[in-house]
Design a protein around this ligand. Structure first.
Ligand code: ADP
Ligand code: ZN
Length: 756
């Protein structure tokens, strides 16, 4: 038997420890571990989950001094998942441990307790279905001889239970549940569970029982009949079906205006996949904001669908994950990380609302789910399909097949979009008099409206009119956001909060002025237009859980007249037929961000939120307040001329050498010691400068301090991504040793989406 193995611990993303470590087999092990098997190993003072990546030790090692494996799960990660992890490490230069962790299904990560936890338990009812005998009851013994006497001759009588054991037994779920969940739910201990098992009242299962594994059908009635497709939908479906079934891997984009019936096309494609015994993944942005789509897939395909979603209750999440792993569920719907789902015979991955920023993971491994999806499809053939009304330029560029849906099947017209030039408007509020009047009119008619302001809090900063001081976070070089109701200031980068000062903390001479208004201030203003119970606010300060998001959206949908106000969260795929007016309070918020995608993001946000209007009979109206009516992306979003925007944007990107015409790799160094960080950045710059042309290397540039850490970054902009990755890898190997010991963190972000 192989006495030692190498294991990569599945450590938290930021951990630098990502190489393999040697372990020996414990004494008396019945078998050797398998390649790719999930095991539990001691690591430092903890026990962690890991994956066996090689059999035999890494070299000459003193066998006796190796730590022993703690346990083996018996579960081997399929080679396909190991390959995806390999891709993450190679393409995104991610630590191997983080990559393996990302691809491991959650129900298998859920360890090291898992070897214990794998034990689900279910009650064992006695043959007669009677209640268990109770030792605490004085006549318990008599009862059991009387009622169970006959049985006792053929079967041993079960031992009596204590009062506490009996109480637990009576509350066991007939369909079974994991031990950990049971003890938590009933506030009991593992000792009680063990006693019940010993006495034969409870049975351990190695896997969740099948019958209990499904999500309760949300809608037990028959699945809705498929809609008759429009001409545009039929054409798109035919082309996509062809691409799906031709065997080769195909990358396609379904570019359809908001409400054009993209989901119906997805559903038809899913039918095809299932009909040929294949599997598919449907990715959606944050689930809370896309429940309508998720539910439509579940309605249509019932039990064959698993929903992978971090906000599901723990037990359900693990069950869903196990159903995918076992092959029981053939369609997976989920957010970003569902792209790793080990779906059998994967034939298609759909990335819905593919422009959404949530597809990029901002921690190790820093992957873009679109890229991973396409890589997976390329391995085995099939269809990679992105859908959006406002695709990223990259999607347009990368897709071999682009299909358009320009009309809404319901015959609804796209809303009329009008600009309100704030330069010519009087009034002191966030809303111009014209927008206020339009909202009042909608309220008078008993309809609904959405107001978007992509800025949180009451005011974006506080400033002293006497000395000019802006109230900054003590840990970050960032102004603090003011919240009036709570009378606090808060940092959106590190979470620091403090009581809001009345007078300038620097000079003490004057009361502070408030900077640009946010959603809190706008809500106050809107209360003059709509009663409190008709005003719904959606932003990350007031709505902190998935459940709350649903409550707010449902509350808004139910109430007439009503107003929904919030940040970009209100722009996402909701379908509210009663909305006849959308107001964009400040369309310029994203315009001046130091990001080459600022124009695209502004265009997308405007076009998306505009699409929330006119989903009912009334075509609806969109009012966009702006200080910059001449700026291209705003003008073109107003005209809803997608083509014009993309043509212009594409020319700019090509000229400046940005994606999709080049690949970016961002390297961010951070640390407490500004000098060291700067020196590290300068070192990297010099190394890269030897191999790269001037316009392939940007920086090094200083960024604002966050959490007391100085930050510098560099940007590589290369046409051949392989060359860039290679350079970075070699430079970092040299940098990491000496600099990391001095407390410098290096982050590598391939295909970066944010630059702050
Ligand atoms: P998208 O995903 O493109 O925003 P949806 O798929 O949500 O659009 O469709 C918008 C609305 O149009 C939905 O209410 C949907 O039921 C309806 N719809 C879609 N296709 C058809 C069709 N062929 N006939 C009638 N209604 C349709
Ligand atoms: Zn801060």
């Amino acid at each position: 038997m192989i006495p030692a193995v190498q294991v990569i611990p599945l450590l938290r993303p930021r951990s630098l420890q990502s190489r393999a470590f040697d372990y020996r087999l414990p004494e008396g092990a019945e078998r050797a571990p398998l390649l790719g098997e999930l095991v539990t190993v001691p690591f430092g003072r903890r026990r962690v989950r890991g994956v066996v990546t090689a059999l035999g030790a890494s070299g000459e090692v003193a066998f006796a001094r190796l730590a022993p494996l703690h346990s083996m799960s018996g579960v081997v990660l399929p080679p396909e998942l190991l390959a995806v992890a390999g891709f993450l490490s190679e393409h995104y230069l991610a630590p191997a441990g983080a990559s393996l962790r990302a691809v491991t299904p959650v129900h298998l990560l859920k360890e090291p307790a898992a070897e214990r936890e794998i034990s689900w338990v279910e009650p064992v009812l006695s043959e007669t279905g009677d209640a268990p005998a109770n030792a605490a009851s004085p006549d318990g013994a008599a009862q059991s001889t009387e009622s169970g006497g006959r049985e006792a001759e053929t079967k041993p009588q079960r031992a009596a239970l204590t009062a506490r054991q009996k109480e637990v037994f009576e509350q066991l779920l007939p369909e079974g549940e994991p031990v950990a969940e049971l003890t938590r739910r009933l506030g009991t201990t593992r000792a009680v569970v063990a006693a019940l098992e010993e006495k034969g009242y409870l049975r351990r299962l190695l896997r969740p029982p099948r019958e209990a594994a499904g999500l309760e059908p949300e809608n037990p009635s028959d699945p809705p009949a498929p809609l008759a497709l429009t001409e545009e939908q039929s054409v798109a479906l035919a082309r996509l079906t062809e691409a799906l079934e031709e065997g080769e891997a195909a990358r396609a984009l379904l570019w359809g205006v908001t409400g054009s019936g993209k989901t119906e096309v997805y559903l038809r494609l899913l039918e095809r996949v299932l009909a040929r015994d294949g599997g598919a993944i449907v990715l959606v942005p944050e689930i809370a904001l896309t429940l309508q789509t998720v539910n439509r897939v579940r309605e249509r395909f019932g039990d064959q669908v698993a929903v992978l979603h971090s906000a599901l209750p723990e037990g359900r999440r693990l069950k869903e994950s196990a159903r995918v792993f076992s092959g029981e569920a053939r369609i997976v719907v989920g957010a970003r990380s569902a792209v790793f789902a080990p779906v059998r015979d994967l034939r298609m991955i759909i990335v819905d609302e593919a422009h959404d920023a949530s597809y990029k993971q901002e921690e190790e491994p820093r992957y873009d789910a679109r890229t991973v999806a396409w890589w997976r499809i390329r391995q085995g053939g099939g269809l990679h399909l992105e859908g959006s009304a406002t695709p990223r330029l990259e999607s347009l560029h990368d897709s071999r097949l682009v299909l358009r849906l320009k009309e809404r099947p319901t015959g609804q017209k796209l809303p009329r979009v009008e600009v309100i030039d704030l330069r010519s408007q009087g009034g002191r509020g966030v809303l111009s008099p014209a927008a206020g009047e339009a909202l009042r009119e909608v309220m008078r008619r008993g309809e609904q409206a959405i107001v978007l302001l992509n800025r949180r809090g009451y005011a974006s900063f506080l400033r002293c009119p006497a000395c000019g001081e802006v109230v900054l976070c003590p840990r970050c070089e960032i102004s603090l956001t003011y919240f009036r109701r709570e009378a606090v200031v808060r940092c959106h980068h590190c979470g620091h909060g403090a009581e809001a000062p009345e007078l300038c903390p620097a000079c003490g001479r004057a009361a502070l002025e408030r900077g640009s208004p946010g959603t809190e201030r706008l809500s106050d203003e809107l209360l003059q237009i709509v009663p409190r119970n008709g005003l719904f606010r959606l932003d990350s300060d007031t709505v902190t859980s998935t459940g709350r998001v649903q409550e707010v959206l449902e509350g808004f949908a139910r109430t007439r007249p009503s107003l929904l106000v919030g940040t970009q969260m209100v722009a996402k795929g909701h379908d509210f037929p009663g909305v006849t007016l959308v107001v964009v309070a400040d369309s310029d918020t994203a315009l001046y961000l130091p990001d080459f995608r600022a124009g695209e993001r502004t265009f997308q946000l405007l076009a998306q939120v505009a699409g929330r209007a006119g989903r009912g009979k009334d075509p609806g109206r969109v009012l966009v307040q702006t200080w910059n009516p001449e700026v291209g992306c705003i003008r073109m979003a107003l005209d809803q001329r997608g083509e014009a925007f993309y043509r212009e944007e594409s020319a700019i990107r090509r000229r400046l050498g940005y994606p999709p015409y080049a690949e970016l790799i961002r390297i961010l160094l951070s640390g407490k010691d500004e000098k060291q960080v700067r020196a590290g950045a300068a070192y990297l710059f010099e190394r890269f400068a030897k191999y790269l042309a001037d316009d392939e290397l940007l920086g090094p540039a200083r960024l604002p301090v966050i959490r007391r850490r100085s930050r510098w970054h560099l940007l590589l902009r290369v046409e051949e991504p392989e060359r860039g990755r290679h350079l970075v890898e070699r430079a970092l190997a040299q940098l990491r040793g000496p600099y990391l010991r001095r407390g410098i963190d290096v982050m590598v972000d391939v295909e970066p989406q944010s630059f702050g």
